[in-house]
Design a protein around this ligand. Structure first.
Ligand code: PEP
Ligand code: MN
Length: 337
């Protein structure tokens, strides 16, 4: 249930109402926007008569929230959320570009790719250190050494780093050194991991699961937010369908749906969706055209010899021209790079 409060209502009046509701064992999430105040009720509201709130002269209306996701629901927070990451933002009028290799391979590789994507306009560096590979015989990532190398690339460029966590056992290291923690598609429903991430205040890039519905994806975001962490960015990265030509099917309608249903920023990963480098540029443009808040793109300086996902990685020159082309498309949605 959501209670919309009239503009300019004194804070004391709102606090009295909040305390009364809390007496009924219900948590109240207060969202103050520029031109509104919304009280989001979480808990068992089935015994509450919503009309009773209409007796207050400062209550504009009461809305029942039928979706199971509450805190990530746009009804709880009508404005777009903007997430701060080490002084940079994702959401709102910004088109955030995250770029880098699938895996961190060595110092020379990650530092040179970081420098090059930064020059082209990327605001964040991606690079996997712990890799969730389908085969146990494939390259599993440099692990802790990969994190050390990401820090070197950050020191060389100033780019905040984005990398995937696979286990709660690495949480302290990630909280200390990683600017935005990625939850990969395979861990989207690792609820214990989500709850622990929810207890931190680190920005979380939450990828959509391989076969997750939009509602399941938003419920995973709810797991994080219900523990207190509101710094969540959703990432559409393609879903499994009957089609086998592409690695996954990029679901651009999910970007529109997620932005309508929730207030969280949504970025798109065209690389893991397509699985083929030659589709990445066009899919990036399409994602920006539908209003994505950002892109996460795999870029490699030597894709032919990459240790993972070379076939879907674009070269730095192509990335450079892509960012230039994206600027005018982003402006259609009043966004700037
Ligand atoms: C990745 O970003 O490197 C990755 C493994 O992505 P996903 O979890 O979307 O497959
Ligand atoms: Mn990859």
């Amino acid at each position: 249930m959501v209670i919309v409060i009239n503009k300019n209502t004194p804070q004391e009046k709102i606090s009295i109402l909040v305390k009364q509701i809390e007496k009924r064992n219900i948590t109240v999430h207060v969202s103050n926007g520029v031109a509104y105040c919304v009280l989001g009720l979480i808990g068992n509201t089935s015994n509450i008569d919503s009309h009773s709130f209409e007796a207050y002269d400062f209550v504009e209306k009461v809305i029942s929230v039928k979706e199971p996701f509450k805190m990530v629901n746009r009804l709880f927070h009508p404005e777009d959320s903007i997430v701060n990451i080490d002084g940079k933002t994702i959401g709102g009028e910004k088109l955030a570009i995250i770029a880098g290799p699938c895996s961190v391979e060595n110092e020379e590789q990650i530092v040179s790719i970081a420098k090059s994507v930064k020059k082209s306009g990327a605001a964040f560096l991606r690079g996997g250190a712990f890799k969730p590979r389908t085969s146990p015989y494939s390259f599993q990532g440099l692990k802790q050494e990969g994190l050390d190398l990401l820090l070197k690339a950050k020191a060389a460029t100033g780019l905040p780093i984005v990398t995937e966590i696979m286990s709660i056992s690495m949480l302290d290291r990630f909280v200390q050194d990683v600017d935005m923690i990625q939850v990969g598609a395979r861990n989207m429903q690792n609820f214990e991991l989500l709850k622990e991430l929810g207890k931190t205040n680190k920005p979380i890039l939450l990828k959509r699961g391989l076969s997750a519905t939009i509602q399941e994806w938003l419920m995973s975001a709810e797991y994080i937010m219900s523990e207190g962490n509101e710094n969540i960015i959703l990432c559409e990265r393609g879903i499994r369908t009957f089609e086998t030509y592409t690695r996954n099917t990029l679901d651009l309608s999910a970007v529109l749906a997620a932005k309508k249903l929730s207030h969280l920023p949504v970025v798109v990963d065209p690389s893991h969706a397509a699985g083929m480098w030659w589709m990445v540029e066009a899919l990036s443009k399409a994602a920006v055209a539908v209003g994505a808040d950002g892109l996460i793109i795999e870029v490699h300086n030597d894709p032919e010899n990459a240790l993972s996902d070379g076939e879907q990685s674009i070269k730095p020159e192509r990335f450079d021209s892509l960012v230039k082309e994206l600027k005018s498309i982003a402006s259609i949605n009043s966004k700037a790079i």
